[in-house]
Design a protein around this ligand. Structure first.
Ligand SMILES: Cc1cc2nc3c(=O)[nH]c(=O)nc-3n(C[C@H](O)[C@H](O)[C@H](O)COP(=O)(O)OP(=O)(O)OC[C@H]3O[C@@H](n4cnc5c(N)ncnc54)[C@H](O)[C@@H]3O)c2cc1C
Length: 552
């Protein structure tokens, strides 16, 4: 069996008839439950996860990234030490990464994995809200939680005036009054670096560290002030800026910044039933153990970034993700080779989808009926025709229709309807993302409604569609207004069913048309969809884009 699939959708939709993820997307609320399949599920969509996903998307693998939206460095305003992105806000890096992976059809779902189970050779992930993702491989890139010492006021300043890493934020506190709150011998590790960055460094021996330890004596000899006493709280001025630390004995020390060494708790709980081997705790916490390829002790399960190396900065986490992504691609390719399978997963998945019951109503999409009313019938190509509601309607209204789809099963359904009604519909088995997918033919009308075609960086499917329009002909593309589907959700209780930005959007089509003088856009509007009483979330609006190709 080829598992290189994109979707296995267990829902039914009564309203349209196209090859689309309509069944999921119309009920766009995060409450909808779906089962998805893919080659690789990446859990955690920050530096490590997105870097792995980029490698895999560029290997033409179907990838779903599930991300709870809580990267470790979120409390910090700026990210430092990342070549090419020095000083960037952490959320900007994630936004850039998401946009980059989506160019290759990788989905990034806002959601949270709560459980992982083996299902023969596959891994089945349970998400908040009840959906599941089934994958041949998973990459765990969930990072870690910093467990801070229990000191009043510490968490409030974490990521700004309370820092842990001299490479991340040491430069920003150079020459300032810095107190290092040392809670364990390992906490002494960065002391030499901080001593170089400032002449005003105080070590407060808050925890299990003796003042006569050689490491401390050495620092004292080099001019570092040592205080043997526990910290009670951090003190702010009236603006909320950190100004001092107060010790339990009541003494106070003026500071501009505090350095601490938190313990690490890697986010591995959802994967506990996979029995992953963990590293030993060398003082700051345990991590998921991997080999040099990122493979864990469980078949098909890989890990990258802080979850396997807590000391990795962002650049290292991304680098690790890229490396592990490459090894996951190798492992899939090798398995396919051994099975003598070809990687036609997207097609395979659509075949499975159209194996079951009839999914659609057979009615045409209302936007098609509206927009085609003023055109004289000629030749028409329906891209992603699905079960053929639009193609049948066009044929009934005098068009010479070619219905194209990636799924042979879908085309068989269209053939059955067209022969039953005596309608001459040509069938074209085509992947809209293939090279020259419509065979160089030209049509008076090319139409695509909610076509779920994975995006590619070169907009191949869009070019294929516009190239198939004859001079003087019309292109009609209808998609969802995606804005409501981009709103943040609470991932502790819900997960989005899919990522519409990973599929060819009306925006992509518009951008290509606008850069081409041959084309003029005739209609570009949001069209309200009627809300069905029995489906309260079923109200997402359509974007209708109609364009004409010049006669020239
Ligand atoms: C305050 C602070 C400031 C820092 N500043 C810097 C800096 O300036 N420069 C630097 O190089 N490094 C910095 N770091 C280190 C940096 O945060 C890490 O190197 C980096 O975040 C590691 O990337 P990662 O992808 O492994 O994990 P993370 O960035 O932590 O990402 C993990 C992702 O997985 C998601 N996730 C977790 N569990 C689940 C789940 N069950 N389901 C779905 N998603 C899940 C999380 O929500 C998160 O989005 C800083 C760290 C801290 C604490």
């Amino acid at each position: 069996m080829n598992w290189n699939g994109a979707y296995s959708v267990l829902m039914h939709n009564e309203h349209t008839s196209h090859h689309s993820h309509e069944a999921q997307s119309h009920d766009h609320g995060p409450g909808r439950t779906v089962e998805r399949t893919c080659d690789v599920a990446v859990v955690g969509g920050s530096a490590a996860g997105l870097a792995a996903a980029l490698q895999l998307g560029r290997q033409d693998r179907s990838v779903i990234v599930i991300d709870a939206g809580e990267p470790r460095n979120a409390p910090a305003a700026h990210m430092h030490g990342y070549l090419g992105h020095e000083g960037l806000p952490p959320s900007d890096l994630v936004a850039i990464g998401r946009a980059e992976v989506r160019q290759f059809g990788v989905e990034v779902i806002d959601g949270r994995v709560v459980d992982a189970k083996r299902d023969d050779e596959l891994i089945r992930l349970a998400l908040t809200g009840g959906s599941t993702v089934v994958a041949r491989r998973i990459v765990i890139a969930t990072g870690l939680v910093d467990v801070l010492p229990e000191i009043e006021g510490l968490r409030e300043h974490w990521g700004s005036d309370v820092i842990h890493c001299p490479f991340c934020h040491g430069y920003e506190v150079r020459d300032r009054k810095v107190a290092m709150v040392v809670t364990s011998p390992l906490g002494l590790h960065p002391a030499g670096l901080f001593r170089h960055l400032t002449d005003d460094l105080t070590l407060v021996l808050h925890g299990d560290v003796e003042a006569d330890e050689p490491g401390i004596v050495r620092l004292a000899d080099a001019g570092v002030r040592i205080i043997d006493g526990s910290v009670a709280r951090l003190v702010d001025d009236s603006n909320g800026s950190l100004v001092a630390i107060e010790l339990v004995d009541g003494t106070s020390l003026d500071v501009d910044a505090v350095a601490v060494s938190p313990r690490f708790r890697v986010r591995a709980e959802p994967f506990s039933s996979l029995d992953l081997k963990m590293t030993d705790d060398l003082g700051l916490g345990r991590a998921i153990e991997t080999d040099q390829t990122g493979a864990t002790s469980a078949y098909g399960v890989f890990a990258a970034g802080n979850v396997t190396n807590p000391s990795a900065q962002v650049l290292n986490a991304a680098s690790d993700g890229a490396l592990v992504g490459a090894f996951v691609a190798f492992s899939l390719a090798t398995e396919d080779l051994d099975n003598e399978a070809t990687s036609s997963g997207n097609r395979e998945d659509w075949e499975r989808r159209y194996e079951g019951d009839v999914m659609w109503s057979g009615r045409p999409n209302p936007a098609l009926v509206d927009q085609v009313a003023d055109l004289s019938p000629g030749t028409a190509l329906d891209v992603g025709a699905g079960e053929g509601g639009d193609a049948v309607w066009l044929a009934e209204h005098g068009w010479a229709v070619t219905a194209s789809d990636i799924s042979q099963n879908a085309l068989r359904r269209i053939a059955a309807v067209s022969s039953e009604r005596g309608l001459p519909i040509d069938l074209l088995h085509a992947d809209a993302n293939a090279v020259d997918s419509f065979g160089g033919r030209a049509f008076d009308l090319v139409t695509a409604h909610y076509a779920s075609i994975p995006r590619t960086a070169d907009d191949r499917a869009v070019h294929n569609m516009i190239d198939a329009v004859a001079p003087g002909g019309t292109l009609l593309v209808v998609g969802h207004d995606l804005e409501p589907m981009r709103q943040p959700i609470d991932t502790t209780t819900a997960s989005r069913p899919f990522d519409p930005d990973a599929y060819v959007r009306v925006d992509d089509v518009r951008a290509v048309l606008e850069s081409n003088e041959e084309w003029s856009i005739v209609v570009d509007e949001i069209r309200e969809r009627p809300q069905a009483d029995d489906r309260p979330n079923h109200h997402i609006h359509d974007i209708v884009l109609r364009a004409m190709r010049g006669d020239g």
